[in-house]
Design a protein around this ligand. Structure first.
Ligand code: NDP
Ligand code: 2IT
Length: 446
């Protein structure tokens, strides 16, 4: 390892003990950026990277609520306000039992670069709770959301910090959170994105992350004179991002053969077409059931406790969670002929997996570039809220598509190597950094 990176990481680890995912996310960026910063000493003297790894503010709070049995429950609530250099803090909320400070700091850190890449004016943040919505009644979810927002409302606002969804936070949760904010503040503002279309939400926001990931994969394929048409695709997850990645992959003529959840994956060699996808959406979003039921319904194989990376494919779209593709799984993917990985999830590939992709020179689109479509349309939702008008489906989709094309161009600009190979890791990290770093220089030591 570059000794400068090693030295920098030693400091980050000493200051943030035990936060493994945060160290991992910072390390990936440091490897891309430290050589670039050496060539651009103004960033070095102002300690831009050191400042970017220290959140502007971390909010940690108690979330008490009463379950359906009348028992008092206590969860932890968090909001990491990472950077406001180029706009108000912006990023999702995650409700999942694994949530802790290190995970939210990694997500907030990546969000800063991702939001910068979108070309829109958004800083970076992330929040959430160790609350597990699985198996909870709608009433319990509402009680939890109301208690969570009662504290969070002091810290967020349409011009300050604008949360949205992430794992475990979808339209239902955003509704309950918005209702409580409005009640406390007596104002109807765009404090959250991912709202329902009848009350300030943007068309295409639910679709945006999955669609954007596939648009990005299509751009990557174009660099090799190829396209999504006819490609065999495996996808992990079966939540918001996975569902709409499946829909867009189908639209572009690909065949999606696998989906998963935290219990296992299904393999459907005939492809998950529009009718089967409608079944998945009903299963996951309405009945909140398990992907295993798909295998029973359509008579296909279900692999309990496994991930879909052993299935032969051309394109893999990890759309579930962090560190779901390790080095060994990446080797299997490449050996089976997979030559495109576009990440709908945040940091789904381990450092070892990324090394495998880069060594084999496959098209690897990392999350902060490939999944930026979600937050980009959140930015468009904020614009529509400010203008107090609503753009059509086609208009938002076109803007989303153009933003993904722009992000891809930025990656080419900063990531094309001497032999013509496009290193999207370097491209996205440097491309995301420059705008934030220059804004920090302009705004002084804050
Ligand atoms: P959802 O909650 O809608 O779906 C998550 C899916 O991933 C579910 O199928 C879930 O399975 C599975 N999953 C979650 N945690 C794990 C785990 N620890 N192990 C295995 N499977 C797991 O979330 P989203 O689709 O919104 O988010 C998926 C990923 O995309 C996350 O990494 C998120 O950070 C990222 N992302 C989301 C954006 C958005 O706009 N929503 C934007 C950009 C990135 P189960 O149902 O069994 O829990
Ligand atoms: O990781 C992400 O980019 C998101 N969960 C979406 C954030 C947002 O503010 O829309």
């Amino acid at each position: 390892m570059d000794p400068r990176v090693e030295q920098f990481m030693a400091q980050v680890k000493a200051k943030n003990p035990g936060e493994a995912e945060f160290h991992q996310a910072v390390m990936e960026v440091a490897e891309s950026l430290i050589p670039f910063i050496e060539e651009n000493p103004r960033y070095k003297h102002a300690k831009i990277l050191e400042r970017m790894t220290e959140p502007e503010r971390v909010i940690l709070f108690r979330v008490p609520w009463i379950d359906d049995k009348g028992e008092v429950q206590i969860n932890k609530g968090y909001r990491i306000e990472m950077s406001s250099a180029i706009g108000p803090y912006k990023g999702g909320l995650r409700f999942h039992p694994t949530v802790n400070l290190g995970i939210l700091k990694f997500l907030a850190f990546e969000q800063v670069y991702k939001n910068s890449l979108t070309t829109l004016s958004m800083g970076g943040g992330k929040g959430g709770s160790d609350f597990d919505p699985k198996g909870k009644s709608d009433n319990e979810v509402m009680k939890f959301c109301q208690s969570f927002m009662t504290e969070l409302s002091r810290h967020v606002g349409a011009n300050t910090d604008i949360p949205a969804g992430d794992i475990g936070v979808g339209g239902r949760e955003i509704g309950f959170l918005f209702g409580q904010y409005k009640r406390l503040r007596n104002e109807f503002t765009g404090v959250l994105t991912g709202k329902g279309v009848d009350w300030g939400g943007s068309l295409i926001r639910p679709e945006a992350t999955g669609y954007g990931t596939v648009y990005f994969a299509e751009e990557m394929l174009k660099t090799r004179g190829d396209s999504m048409k006819g490609k065999v695709v495996t996808i992990s997850g079966s939540g918001n991002v996975a569902q709409f990645a499946t829909e867009k992959a189908n639209d572009l003529g690909a065949k999606v053969v696998a989906l998963s959840d935290s219990s296992g994956f299904i393999y459907d060699p005939n492809g998950i077409d529009a009718e089967k996808l409608a079944y998945v959406m009903e299963l996951k979003n309405v009945r909140r059931g398990r992907i295993e039921e798909y295998a029973e319904k359509y008579g296909v194989e279900y692999y309990a406790g496994e991930k879909p990376w052993g299935i032969k494919c051309d394109v893999a779209l990890p759309c579930a969670t962090e560190n779901e593709v390790n080095e060994e799984k990446a080797e299997t993917l490449v050996k089976n002929g997979c030559f495109v990985v576009a990440e709908g999830a945040n940091m789904p590939s381990t450092p070892g997996a990324i090394e495998v992709y880069l060594k084999n020179k496959i098209l690897y689109g990392l999350g902060k570039a490939a999944n930026a479509g979600g937050v980009a349309v959140s930015g468009l939702e904020m614009s529509q809220n400010s203008l107090r008008l609503r753009w059509t489906r086609e208009e938002v989709d076109e803007r989303l598509h153009n933003i993904m094309i722009e992000i891809h161009k930025t990656c080419l600009k900063y990531g094309t190597e001497d032999d013509g190979f496009i290193n999207y890791v370097k491209g996205a990290n440097i491309g995301g950094f420059v705008k934030v770093a220059d804004s920090m220089l302009a705004q002084g030591i804050v």
